[in-house]
Write a protein that binds this ligand. Structure first.
Ligand code: ADP
Ligand code: MG
Length: 329
């Protein structure tokens, strides 16, 4: 597997070795019960960045990916509300790009500042990331991810007829638009990411798993309204950069089997084959732990050294495989 050449260390930083792709969960940016003001989100991101800075200060090369659920959801609602005062709504995929800019800016600045405080000057950049998806994949046959506000049946029907959108009734609460959740196949900007990593730049990429795009037979890209899983998006980046470690940081320290049942058991260091067996036995919920475990399995199968799922607070020890659920071959 292709590994990126170690770059010259920046002043004040130790020599870099391993490349780690981090996937930040929702709690890294917005905590339960918070309104989601800029100040709240920035303070969360600052604390998150202090953890990430530790990795860099301990000689790791870092690529940061992140979730964007609450952020893109709110931007989308702002579009809906804007139409009432005559401002044209941007499509969901443009909202995805906006959220990458928003969260990326916060991480970019906060991580830069945490490193400066530690005497390490490093460039941190955010790239808008387009994730290629296959329009003929099964996900497009049955759109299932609800987005935006609830509407009446009449409004839903009108939108379905006029715009060709898919709308579904949501357990008695009203009608919501649903979009597909396809698998990310590759990241269009991967060569730029690899060059930047080789230059010693910290890259923030693949917010929300990337903006879903399709490519036609002449190579032309077009954005589409869909939702990509951020952990699977992180795995694509980890695979394509030849990273050593995929570090998935969430709000639990370990993955468990028989989760929330009397016989629950937390998983520590675990070989790939055992993790695959548990995955096939449906121990991990779709939409939360399921995609993290799947991303970890795919990463190791694709030649990665180590995939770790643990909590944000455990970032450094997790990256070293000393804590959390650590999947190896
Ligand atoms: P993130 O924003 O980090 O992606 P998610 O909510 O999607 O967070 O996934 C983390 C959550 O997955 C945990 O808070 C936990 O409640 C849930 N979860 C589901 N199944 C399991 C499991 N088998 N072991 C541990 N946590 C699980
Ligand atoms: Mg999640």
């Amino acid at each position: 597997m292709e590994k990126i050449n170690p770059a010259e260390p920046a002043i004040g930083c130790r020599v870099k070795q391993e490349t780690i792709v981090v996937a930040l969960g929702g709690n890294a940016i917005l905590r339960p019960g918070q309104r989601g003001t800029y100040a709240e989100q920035m303070e969360n991101v600052r604390k998150t960045s202090a953890q990430l800075a530790e990795l860099i200060l301990n000689g790791k090369r870092l690529v940061v990916t992140h979730g964007n659920g609450p952020q893109v959801g709110r931007i989308f609602q702002q579009q809906e509300n804007g139409t009432r005062v005559g401002i044209p709504a941007m499509p969901l995929f443009v909202c995805g790009a906006m959220s990458q800019g928003q969260v990326g800016y916060m991480i970019q600045q906060a991580l830069y500042n945490e490193l400066i405080k530690a005497g390490c000057k490093k460039t941190v950049v955010t790239l808008i990331c387009q994730s290629l998806v296959d329009p003929s994949s099964e996900a497009f046959q049955n759109p299932s991810k609800p987005i935006g506000s609830f509407y009446s049946e009449a409004e839903a029907q009108k939108a379905a007829e006029e715009k060709g959108e898919v709308w579904k009734e949501d357990s008695g609460r009203g009608w919501r638009r649903v979009v597909p959740s396809p698998e990310p196949l590759s990241c269009v900007e991967i060569d730029a990411i690899k060059s930047l990593i080789a230059e010693g730049v910290v890259v923030v990429i693949s917010g929300g798993g990337g903006i879903p795009v399709v490519r036609d037979s002449s190579g032309i890209l077009t954005g589409i309204d869909a939702v990509i899983d951020k952990d699977l998006g992180a795995q694509v980046i980890a695979r394509e950069t030849g990273a050593n470690v995929l570090l998935i940081l969430t709000d639990v320290a370990n993955v468990a089997i028989n989760y929330r049942m009397p016989e629950e058991k937390k998983l520590g260091a675990i070989p790939l084959a055992e993790m695959k067996a548990y995955y096939q036995q449906d121990h991990f919920k779709a939409g939360s732990m399921g995609p993290k475990v799947l991303a970890a399995i795919r990463f190791i199968e694709g030649g990665g050294d180590k995939a770790v799922i643990t909590s944000l607070e455990n970032a450094l020890l997790g990256a070293e495989g000393k804590i959390g659920t650590v999947i190896t071959r």
